[in-house]
Design a protein around this ligand. Structure first.
Ligand code: ADP
Ligand code: SF4
Length: 682
C-alpha cells in the first residue's frame, strides 16, 4: 500500500547541524534498564526501532563519570574507553537501518547517590541526597567544576568514537546537575555560577560550547531542556525564567529537545493526561526563539496530530518514547499506508514501572518489547506454523486475543470462542472506569487485526463447555477464561476469610462491571494496591455516593508509585472528597460496620451500606480442569493469562503471545530458554 500524501511531510529529511535525520520520527532518549548490564539486549531493542522507521534512535541516560553513578538502576555508562565497544553494538545496529544514533550524556549531580562508586554525591550547593537516602550531597567546588567540564568533553569524545551522530547535553527531569545549577532552590552559590540567571545558566552554556568544540565537526549537539516543572515559583516555569534560558542558549545547540519535568509530568499516564500533544502549551514557544530544529513529545500515535504539530510550527521532529515502545514500526506503517495496523500506546506506564522497579522494559501493548535479543522476538514477524492443525482459543480477553492473533499470524487456522457478546474480557470492563478508556486499545488493535484475517473465525455469545470442545476435535486448545475477584477477603493481608464476612453482603469489582446495584455509602477495601481501588472510588463519587477507600498499605494505590501516578491519584481522590483510610486492615465485619486495626494497633470502626472487596482473584479454570481429564485427546491443552495466573493486563498479553510462539515448538513452557548478557571475565 502507498503512503497517503498528506503524511509526506513526516518523511522529509531534517538537517541537524552536521548530520541529517532521514525523516521526522525521533525516538527521544528513554530508559529500558537493559543498558550497560545487558548491552546486546540494548542494541537489539534500539535496532528494531531503526528498522521500524524511526529516523533518530537514542540511548537512555548515559553516566559520564563515577561521580554520577545511578546504581542500582542499570542505564547507560560511558565512564572510560572500555565502555565504548558496547555502545558500538548500539550505533552499528541503528546505522544498519539508515537511522541516526543519539546518546544522552548525563551527570546526575545529587540525583546520583553513587552507591557503587562510593564517591560523595555533588550538587551546586549542599543538599540532602536524592530520595530518602540518609546522606547528603556536598557543594561542588570551582576546581571540580573544571573537572566536570573535562569529564563531559571526555564522554563526548568517547561517544563520537563509539559512532554516535547526536550527542546530548541534558538539563531535564530534575535529574541533571546542569538543570540543578539553573534552579535557585538548589543553587545558593555566590561565585560566578550562582546568583543571577546568567550565572546559573553558565555551566550548561559552557558544557554546550565545550561539546560543540570537541565533537561538533562531525556530531550534532542536542540540548534537552525542561521548559516547565509545574512547581510554581519553586521550579522552572514558562512564565518565569525558562523563556530567558532558551533565549540565552538559542543558537548554541544544533537541536532543542524540549519537555516538561519531572518524569511523572513528562510521561504522564493516559489516566491523567488523556490527550496526545499535552505538552504543547509548555513547549510550543521554543520554536519561535531559535532557528534550530525542535523535537518534543506528547504520546503521539496519530499521524494527523503529528502533521498538525509540524504544520502549525510547534515541532520539527515528532519525538516519542512510549509510542515507539508500543509500536517500533509506527513510522513504517504510516509510510506504507497501514495506519490501522498501528499498535497505539495506551498510556498505562507499565514500561515506566519496570524502570522504577529496576527491571528490564516491558509493554502492555507490545509483548516483544525487551525480548528482541533475549528471546529473539520481533514485533512484526513470527515463525510460520509448524502444521496445518487448527487451534481453538477459548476466551477473548487480552490473553486470548493476543494468542489468537499471533497464532493467526503464524498461519494456523484459528477459532476464537467468547462467552459474551463482545470481545475484550477484562479490558472491556476496566476501560469503562474513570480515566481508563485507553485500555480499550488493547482489544481494538487485536480485534481489527483478527477481523481482517481469513484464517480466523470468531464466535461470540458462545460459552463452550468441556464436551463442546471435545466434540470439536480440534487438536490444539488454549483456555483463556480469566479470573474473578474473591468475596472472602483473602489476599495479601488476609490469608484466611475475614471474620464475619459470611454474614454481610459483599460486592466485588465483577459486580460493579455486571451493573449490580451498589447503593449508599460505599466502603472499598483495597488489598490489591493498583488502579481498581481508586478508579472505583472515583466512579462511585461521580455517582454522588459517599465513598471510603480503605487500604492496609501506607498510601492509597501504592503500586502506582511505580507508574508515577500515586501522587496524582491521591490528589484526585482528595479533590473528589473521597475519605481515605490507610494503614488499616479489617479485623471483622458485621452488618454495616467494619472493625479495623491500624498499623500501630489503634482500633477504628467504619460504617458502610455497601462494601467492595478488592483483595485477590480466583482463576476461572473449571473448564481447563475438566478438559485435563481428557488430555490425551489434544496435542496442546493449555491455560493462559488470568485463568492460569491472575496478573496485570500486560502479563496476560505476554502470556498469550508466548503461548502462540511456543505452540508446536517443543519448548518446555515452564522453563523457557533465553539468552543472557554475561559479563566477560578479563
Ligand atoms: P485474560 O486477562 O486472561 O485475557 P479475561 O478475564 O480478560 O482474561 O478474559 C476472559 C474471557 O473469557 C472473558 O471475556 C470471558 O467472557 C471468556 N470466557 C470465560 N469462560 C468462557 C467459556 N467457557 N467459553 C468462552 N468464553 C469464555
Ligand atoms: Fe504505552 Fe503502556 Fe506500552 Fe508504556 S507499557 S509504551 S505506556 S502501552
Amino acid at each position: 500500500m502507498a503512503r497517503d500524501p498528506k503524511y509526506d511531510i513526516l518523511f522529509e529529511p531534517v538537517k541537524i547541524g552536521p548530520v541529517t535525520a532521514p525523516n521526522r520520527f525521533y525516538q527521544v532518549p528513554h530508559c529500558n534498564v537493559l543498558g550497560h548490564g545487558r548491552p546486546h539486549a540494548e542494541a537489539a531493542n534500539r535496532r528494531v526501532k531503526a528498522e521500524g522507521g524511526w529516523g533518530v534512535v537514542c540511548t537512555q541516560e548515559v553516566e559520564i563519570h563515577p561521580t554520577s553513578d545511578i546504581t542500582p538502576t542499570i542505564e547507560g555508562r560511558l565512564w572510560d574507553d572500555r565502555d565504548i565497544p558496547q555502545h558500538r553494538l548500539m550505533t552499528d545496529a541503528v546505522h544498519e537501518h539508515g537511522a541516526l544514533a543519539g546518546i544522552e550524556l548525563l551527570h546526575s549531580g545529587f540525583h546520583a547517590t553513587n552507591l557503587y562508586s562510593r564517591v560523595a554525591p555533588v550538587a551546586p550547593s549542599p543538599i540532602m541526597a536524592y530520595g530518602n537516602y540518609p546522606g547528603q550531597a556536598r557543594g561542588i567546588s570551582k576546581r571540580e567544576i573544571a573537572d566536570l567540564r573535562r569529564w563531559y568533553i571526555g564522554a563526548a569524545l568517547r561517544a563520537k568514537k563509539a559512532g554516535y551522530d547526536i550527542i546530548y547535553v541534558y538539563a531535564g527531569h530534575d535529574l541533571s546537575i546542569l538543570q540543578h545549577f539553573m534552579k535557585p532552590s538548589y543553587n545558593r552559590r555566590t561565585d560566578e555560577y550562582g546568583g543571577s540567571l546568567e550565572n546559573r545558566v553558565r555551566l550548561a552554556k559552557e558544557v554546550l560550547t565545550d561539546t560543540r568544540e570537541a565533537v561538533g565537526d562531525q556530531c550534532a549537539v542536542a540540548f534537552r531542556f525542561a521548559t516547565e516543572e509545574l512547581l510554581g515559583a519553586d521550579g522552572l516555569q514558562v512564565s518565569g525564567e525558562s523563556q530567558d534560558i532558551v533565549g540565552m542558549l538559542a543558537e548554541i545547540p544544533d537541536l532543542w529537545d524540549v519537555n516538561i519535568s519531572d518524569w511523572s509530568n513528562d510521561s504522564s499516564s493516559a489516566r491523567f493526561e488523556p490527550n496526545e500533544g499535552y505538552q504543547e502549551p509548555y513547549t510550543a514557544f521554543v520554536k519561535s526563539m531559535t532557528s534550530k530544529p525542535v523535537v518534543g513529545v506528547g504520546r503521539f500515535t496519530s499521524a494527523d496530530t503529528m502533521v498538525s504539530q509540524i504544520k502549525r510550527g510547534v515541532l520539527d521532529l515528532i519525538g516519542a518514547a512510549r509510542p515507539s515502545i508500543a509500536d517500533p514500526f509506527l513510522p513504517r506503517k504510516i509510510d506504507q499506508g497501514r495506519i490501522e495496523d498501528i499498535r497505539e500506546c495506551i498510556g498505562c506506564n507499565i514500561c515506566v514501572a519496570q524502570d522504577n522497579m529496576v527491571a528490564p522494559i516491558r509493554c502492555t501493548q507490545n509483548p516483544t518489547q525487551g525480548e528482541e535479543w533475549k528471546q529473539g522476538w520481533h514485533p512484526e514477524s513470527i515463525e510460520a506454523a509448524a502444521s496445518d492443525d487448527a487451534v481453538l482459543v477459548v476466551g477473548a480477553g487480552p490473553a486470548g486475543l493476543e494468542c489468537a492473533l499471533q497464532l493467526a499470524n503464524r498461519g494456523y487456522p484459528v477459532a476464537l470462542a467468547e462467552a459474551s457478546e463482545m470481545l475484550g474480557g477484562r479490558v472491556l470492563h476496566e476501560s469503562s472506569l474513570p480515566g481508563m478508556s485507553s485500555y480499550l486499545r488493547v482489544r481494538d488493535y487485536r480485534e481489527s487485526q483478527l477481523r481482517g484475517k481469513e484464517n480466523v473465525e470468531i464466535y461470540l455469545d458462545n460459552k463452550l463447555g468441556a464436551q463442546d470442545i471435545i466434540d470439536l476435535e480440534i487438536p490444539h486448545v488454549i483456555i483463556a477464561t480469566g479470573a474473578h475477584w474473591r468475596r472472602d477477603g483473602v489476599g495479601r493481608t488476609h490469608l484466611r476469610a475475614i471474620d464475619g464476612i459470611d454474614k454481610v453482603e459483599v460486592f466485588t469489582p465483577d459486580d460493579v462491571f455486571a451493573g449490580t446495584d451498589i447503593s449508599g455509602r460505599v466502603l472499598i477495601y483495597d488489598d490489591d494496591y493498583y488502579y481498581l481501588g481508586s478508579t472505583l472510588a472515583e466512579l462511585f463519587r461521580n455517582r454522588g455516593q459517599e465513598v471510603c477507600l480503605l487500604t492496609p498499605e501506607s498510601k492509597v494505590s501504592i503500586w502506582t508509585e511505580y507508574t508515577l501516578e500515586q501522587a496524582k491519584v491521591q490528589s484526585r481522590l482528595i479533590d473528589l472528597d473521597v475519605e481515605i483510610l490507610v494503614s488499616h486492615r479489617i479485623t471483622s465485619l458485621e452488618a454495616n460496620t467494619a472493625h479495623l486495626e491500624g498499623a500501630h494497633r489503634q482500633r477504628l470502626k467504619s460504617n458502610f451500606d455497601s462494601i467492595i472487596m478488592i483483595t485477590s482473584r480466583d482463576v476461572d479454570d473449571a473448564l481447563y480442569q475438566t478438559l485435563l481429564e481428557s488430555e490425551d485427546r489434544f496435542r496442546t491443552l493449555r491455560a493462559i493469562g488470568d485463568c492460569h495466573t491472575p496478573g496485570t493486563v500486560a502479563a496476560a498479553v505476554y502470556d498469550g503471545h508466548a503461548a502462540a510462539r511456543q505452540l508446536d515448538s517443543g519448548e518446555d513452557i515452564f522453563a523457557p530458554l533465553f539468552r543472557r548478557d554475561l559479563p566477560a571475565i578479563d
